[in-house]
Design a protein around this ligand. Structure first.
Ligand code: ADP
Ligand code: MG
Length: 386
């Protein structure tokens, strides 16, 4: 498969940094008292002054200043999708890979941003507007497909969860046993899937179910099926990947959209880990630690070894981090006083993310037989003209 750049003028695909946007969970006090949003600078700056109550923020430093691609303060689901995600979803329809991931401490709004329960299923308009990014992305993909009748599209959905360093396929028929075994730390090759390279060096999860979805409803049903299958409650780490394939006569454009709801980024010493086994707690912490290590290595341009292979998560996200992909991180923050340290830690991580350079390019696969036919036809036509 040949991967070529869409823009014929530039031979090398242009490097793009990973985008980071901050979304705040609406709270009364924090945003007003502790964060100053710089409205003059198009809402891209966050300023956290040292607390007046004696430096609970950080004793070493007076103030924190951050700059991001965008700050979504009290933003609606529609605004988050339209202003941040839509560009990536559109680029996927044009043949680029795209990844959108939600990062942040537990309770900050990651799942709210990505999914929002099954409520919108009822069709009641007041719930419908709470739809998160995943159902909106699905909706948009099928809308674009219907607007391009001249092209043949195939959309496939896969849905997986990484739990205790096991990749669990949520679209298999009996995931309960898989999840239970994962929880018990047992490994079984049928469901503990591995990440392998395809012949272009792109990573994929071998054996992962890729279900064909013919329309929005079918795609959403697969999503609900996966949700039902997901028996692990709080500390999940999950990921849905929609793969759309665009086909025309002599070329196939194959691109994927990864939508990722990461595990809570809070440190293990804090709360929220009660009821978890030590093993679970360790794995959760580990996978995000490995993600951080990859981001640090990527943002440090002198490093040539990037430790992707240390964990399932970084292996799955390899192309999204420093690879052929348009990537967006939505960093969710929970603006209450007791979470100020987590907030700063999330803002610092999101700042790091923006140092990661990706090289997105259109993924075109030429069918040699169809190409030969096309050129033979052109030669015949030229001969006739002579
Ligand atoms: P996380 O997945 O990061 O642990 P959740 O998405 O479950 O956090 O959010 C925690 C709670 O806060 C939920 O009850 C959710 O509905 C609410 N919430 C989060 N973000 C928002 C938001 N932007 N608007 C309204 N409610 C929100
Ligand atoms: Mg969640």
């Amino acid at each position: 498969m040949a991967t070529i750049s869409r823009d014929a003028k530039s031979k090398e695909p242009a490097a793009k940094h990973v985008k980071a946007v901050i979304r705040t969970r609406p709270t009364a006090d924090f945003a007003a008292n502790y964060i100053k949003f710089d409205s003059d600078l198009k809402s891209t700056h966050i300023h956290i002054p040292r607390g007046s109550d004696g430096g609970f923020i950080n004793n070493q430093q007076e103030n924190w200043d951050f700059k991001f691609d965008s700050i979504l303060h009290n933003a609606s689901q529609e605004k988050v999708f339209d202003e941040c995600a839509l560009g990536i979803v559109k680029s996927v329809m044009d043949g680029y890979h795209g990844t959108i991931m939600a990062y942040g401490q537990t309770g900050a709004g990651k799942t709210f941003t990505m999914f929002v329960e099954a409520e919108f299923r009822t069709g009641a308009t007041e719930n419908y507007k709470h739809r998160g990014l995943i159902p909106r992305a699905i909706s948009h993909i099928f809308k674009e497909i219907s607007e391009r009748p001249q092209m043949a599209f195939t959309a496939r959905i896969s849905y997986l969860e990484i739990y205790n360093e096991s990749i669990v396929d949520l679209l298999i028929s009996s995931p309960e046993s898989a999840a239970a075994a994962a929880a018990a730390g047992e490994f079984h090759s049928d469901w503990n899937l591995n990440v392998v390279d395809d012949k272009n060096g792109m990573s994929y999860v071998k054996g992962l179910t890729m279900q064909l979805a013919n329309n929005e409803e079918e795609a959403l049903n697969l999503l609900f099926e996966g949700e039902t299958n997901r028996s692990i409650a709080q500390h999940q780490l999950n990921k849905i990947s929609t793969r759309s394939r665009v086909e025309s006569t002599e070329r196939v454009i194959s691109s994927k959209l990864n939508l990722v709801d990461l595990a809570g980024s809070e440190r293990i010493s804090k709360t929220h880990t009660q009821g978890l086994s030590m093993k679970e707690a360790m794995y959760i912490n580990k996978s995000l630690t490995f993600l951080e290590q990859v981001i640090i290595a990527l943002s440090d341009k002198r490093r040539d070894h990037i430790p992707y292979r240390q964990s399932k998560l970084t292996n799955v996200l390899r192309d999204s981090l420093g690879g052929n992909c348009n990537t967006l991180m939505i960093a969710n923050i929970w603006g209450v006083k007791e979470h100020i340290e987590e907030t700063i830690s999330t803002l610092r991580f999101a700042t790091r993310m923006m140092c990661v350079a990706n090289t997105p390019s259109v993924n075109i696969q030429y069918d040699p037989a169809a190409m030969i036919k096309k050129y033979e036809k052109e030669i015949r036509e030229l001969k006739q003209e002579l």
